[in-house]
Write a protein that binds this ligand. Structure first.
Ligand code: AGP
Length: 593
């Protein structure tokens, strides 16, 4: 959460460069933004609440250093004072921060006792003030080292001191990547797409490292240090094969609909994997004593899909757990357990901590992610990239179906039947193509208009369609703000049926599988209590008040059944004038606990 962008170099439009970079990082938080520059031997700071498109500040442009931040509020409300950058009391240190300093209240008290003042409620300002104090007795590098020893937690920082021609970036648990151009301009950002229009040559800053950028005699240079030893470390320039156009909207109004529409291709790309890698991970699954799939939110639900898919395809029991709940399993993890983290961003802290805990217990680890070299990928023993292409909308769509595709591939690979899985996914891609047409969209738009003012919505499924129902509820919640809940169809009569009132919309996911008759009788039970039954099924049924037809499906049920729900959520969100790409209170990459 929170996006950081820094620039070092000689560009006439440096501040514009930073603002453009920040716009590309807004998926990490869009409560407020700010930019800091050094001009006429002082720092100037511009901050504003709300999104960058409403920026109303005139920014000076000809500067050699500029730092910016886009915020997802953790400590302190959404106010201008709490927006970054933060200055020290003497206005000689400026910084932007991503992450959390867990012990900041304690350090803040000590600084207040020394006479320092604070303008914001943030933990971040404590870092800028602490640096002012540390600089009294330390040089810049040692001051940063001491800050790292004093403030605990996962974070990244970009820091500039007024009396120096150096800019510092520090990584301790939250991502920072450096983009390098031929003429030695440096872009320092929380994610690569933020600077991809300028360069695809990068340096990855590792945890506990400091990057130092210097401008001297019109020359720029960079050096890297270990934060503990302050020894210099070497870094390789790495070329990344991301396409800047992937992160552009093109002709679409929103990223969410663009990404929904891309699923035919993204699903095909997900099964285009190195066969040796898939076999290796399948062998890890086959050889493990216990397998745990872990993820958060939508990827938590995808992890839950693994339980059904591996049982059905490979006759294999695998476990799933939400990342935020994984710690209770520490006592049952054994060296021959396997923990597989699923994370679109590869940065979600709870999923990362599950992988780290597994490593600490000497378990095997793997991950399924969309971001090459992401933190989770660097932590895990094996990485399967889903190759969905950049996913920018906060609501996950194409990454979700690609992750499910990888699970199907792995489950078949456990049975040495990878080619069978590829055929299934190839066919599923064709079915997605059949659904994503204007006629189908129109059906969903009409349904959206009918139910958009509902207070509540319920979704039921059985078997693999239970996690599909759970993912549907997440999509409806985050995009439409309607109270939506998912239940296993058979559980309704044990309590939730009491919630059904006249015309309450209930989505019934009814694949033509071994669970069909059960879920239909659940639908009839709801209908007889007045619920409005919206059946998602390849076949109409008299239990349905409204039928959303989906293509015939089998083991690909989770992929196919999600498509109409993604579209329905999107259209309800649009009709309610919500911004589907930036749901309120949320951010795409959840790097705090
Ligand atoms: C998806 O629509 C959500 N925005 C959210 O639940 C997301 O899946 C979750 O935060 C996990 O993110 P990750 O896949 O990047 O780890």
């Amino acid at each position: 959460m929170c996006g950081i962008f820094g620039f070092v170099g000689f560009r006439k439009n440096a501040t514009e460069t930073v603002l453009n970079g920040l716009k590309k990082l807004e998926y990490r938080g869009y409560d407020s933004f700010g930019i800091g520059i050094q001009k006429n031997n002082q720092f100037e700071v511009f901050k504003q609440t709300g999104e960058i498109e409403h920026a109303d500040n005139p920014f000076p442009t000809e500067v050699n250093f500029a730092i910016g931040h886009t915020r997802w509020a953790t400590h302190g409300g959404v106010t201008k004072n709490n927006a970054h950058p933060h200055l020290s009391n003497n206005k000689k240190t400026i910084l932007v921060h991503n992450g959390i300093f867990e012990n900041y209240t304690e350090v803040k008290k000590q600084l207040i006792a020394k006479g320092y003042k604070f303008d914001s409620e943030t933990d971040s300002e404590v870092a800028s003030v602490l640096l002012e104090e540390l600089l009294k007795t330390n040089d810049e590098l040692h001051a940063i080292q001491k800050l790292n020893q004093t403030l605990h937690g996962r974070y990244s920082l970009v820091i500039k001191f007024l009396d120096s021609n150096k800019l510092y970036a520090v990584r301790n648990g939250s991502p920072i990547i450096i983009g390098v151009t031929d003429n030695n301009h440096y872009f320092i950002a929380s994610d690569i797409p933020a600077f991809l229009e300028h360069t695809n040559t990068v340096n990855y800053l590792d945890d506990n490292q400091i990057a130092v950028f210097e401008i001297k005699n019109d020359q720029t240079s960079k050096k890297f240090y270990d934060i503990n030893s302050l020894q210099e470390v070497e870094k390789r320039d790495i070329q990344v094969d991301l396409n800047p156009e992937d992160s552009e909207l093109g002709d679409f109004e929103h990223y969410m609909i663009k990404e929904i529409m891309e699923q035919k291709e993204s699903l095909l790309r997900s099964c285009n994997q190195d066969p040796e890698l898939i076999d290796r991970v399948a062998q890890m699954i086959n050889n493990a004593q216990d397998v745990y799939f872990v993820g958060c939110g939508t990827t938590g639900v995808v992890s839950m899909c693994a339980r059904y898919l591996f049982a059905k395809i490979a006759k294999k029991k695998v476990n799933f757990e939400y990342g935020s709940e994984f710690s209770h399993l520490e006592c049952v993890l054994e060296p021959n357990s396997l923990v597989i983290g699923i994370s679109q961003s590869g940065e979600t802290i709870d999923t990362l901590e599950a992988i780290e805990m597994a490593k600490a217990k000497n378990c095997k680890t793997a991950c399924i992610t969309n971001v090459k070299n992401s933190t989770i990928s660097r932590a895990a023993d094996e990485t399967i990239l889903i190759n969905a292409g950049i996913e920018k909308a906060v609501a996950s769509t194409k990454a979700t179906t690609s992750q499910i595709g990888i699970l199907i591939l792995l489950a078949y690979a456990c049975m040495n039947k990878t080619m069978e899985a590829k055929q299934i996914l190839h066919d599923a891609s064709g079915k997605i193509n059949d659904m994503l047409n204007p006629r189908y969209e129109n059906i969903l738009l009409k349904l959206a208009a009918k139910i958009k003012d509902s207070q509540d919505m319920y979704i039921i499924g059985k078997g693999i369609n239970f996690p599909v129902a759970k993912e549907s509820a997440i999509k409806i919640q985050e995009i439409t703000y309607i109270h939506a809940e998912a239940f296993a169809g058979g559980e309704l009569k044990h309590g939730p049926l009491a919630l059904i009132q006249k015309a309450t919309p209930v989505l019934v996911i009814a694949s033509k599988d071994e669970n069909y008759l059960d879920i239909i009788s659940n639908a009839i039970e709801i209908k007889s209590r007045g619920g409005l039954i919206i059946g998602i099924s390849p076949e109409n049924n008299e239990a349905f008040d409204i039928w959303l037809k989906v293509p015939e499906h089998n083991i690909d049920a989770a992929i196919i059944n999600l498509i109409p729900i993604q579209l329905l959520s999107y259209f309800i969100g649009i009709l309610k004038n919500n911004n589907p790409d930036k749901p309120r209170n949320l951010a795409k990459s959840v790097t705090v606990k």
